[in-house]
Write a protein that binds this ligand. Structure first.
Ligand code: 13P
Length: 269
């Protein structure tokens, strides 16, 4: 098993990458890694994530309470958001929050990333919805994000930024890169007269490839918030991820997701 110091170094490396790639400005962004059910490493608040060394990294419990932090360092102000992801997604071992320019611009304009425009984005991300605006550092953001956690591995935060999570730190970071790359392509193709979207049949073939690869995580190929009334996925529901999700007792996948969430809530009590 990788030791804690190594993981702290890896968090610093990812901090450098998000800073050097312009995914965050100044002291923005935060990163966390789950060590076990009761211990998590996270970036400190109010420092540039591009210039961290291992002693900056804080350790917290599942409630975000400090277990260990060196003098002068306190856990990220967004720790509640990270903890909500871990609580509701036991398969997740790392969370990355950043403000990449293009993805955040879409989050500010209120446009979810739901247009099927290229195979890699369809396979890796599916759709990226926008969680309703919440005041940073409060429970508002975790509450807003919660609705999407059982369906997606990447969420835009309205007027704020992006949140990605995965089974490893590198995968959570790569997801952030993919979101930003997809947002850039969508932005540019809109400038060039509008993207030519993949057809529903092409999307379904890509979903099939994803299922065959057995890729981990939540994705509309397997489950969709708006999978209702015969619509197969977000990619076929006209960007409906951003609109209010409607209950549909006939959609098996929605029922399964709700049951999973409630069981987890009971287990976590
Ligand atoms: P922290 O430095 O407290 O993690 O906050 C940065 C940020 O981006 C808040 O959204």
């Amino acid at each position: 098993m990788v030791n804690e110091f190594e993981i702290k170094k890896q968090i610093c490396d990812i901090g450098k990458r998000i800073y050097n790639q312009g995914m965050v400005a100044a002291n923005d962004g935060n990163i966390s890694v789950k060590l076990n059910e009761h211990e998590f490493l996270c970036t400190p608040t109010g420092v540039s994530k591009g210039f961290m060394t291992p002693e900056y990294i804080c350790k917290v419990d599942e409630n975000g309470k400090v277990i260990q932090a060196n003098p002068g360092f306190k856990p990220s102000s967004e720790i509640k958001m990270h903890m909500r992801v871990y609580k509701e997604r036991p398969d997740v071992n790392s969370v990355v929050h950043a403000h990449p320019i293009y993805a955040t611009s879409f989050a500010i304009a209120g446009i979810p990333l739901t247009q099927p425009i290229m195979p890699e984005a369809v396979i890796a991300l599916g759709c990226v919805p926008i969680a309703e605006y919440g005041t940073p550092s409060t429970e508002e953001i975790p509450d807003a994000v919660s609705k999407y956690l059982q369906y997606f591995d990447a969420v835009l935060l309205a007027n704020h930024g992006a949140l990605t999570y995965s089974d490893t730190l590198l995968n959570a970071y790569h997801k952030m890169e993919s979101v930003e790359f997809y947002a850039k392509l969508l932005f540019n193709s809109r400038l060039l007269g509008g993207p030519k979207e993949l057809s529903e049949e092409q999307v379904q073939r890509l979903y099939e490839i994803r299922r065959q690869f057995g890729l981990k995580g939540k994705h509309p190929a397997n489950i969709c918030l708006n999978n209702k009334n015969g619509e197969k996925s977000c990619h076929n529901c006209g960007g409906g991820c951003h609109s209010e999700a409607k209950e549909n007792t006939n959609a098996d996948s929605d029922v399964i997701a709700e049951i999973t969430k409630r069981v987890l809530e009971q287990l976590n009590k």
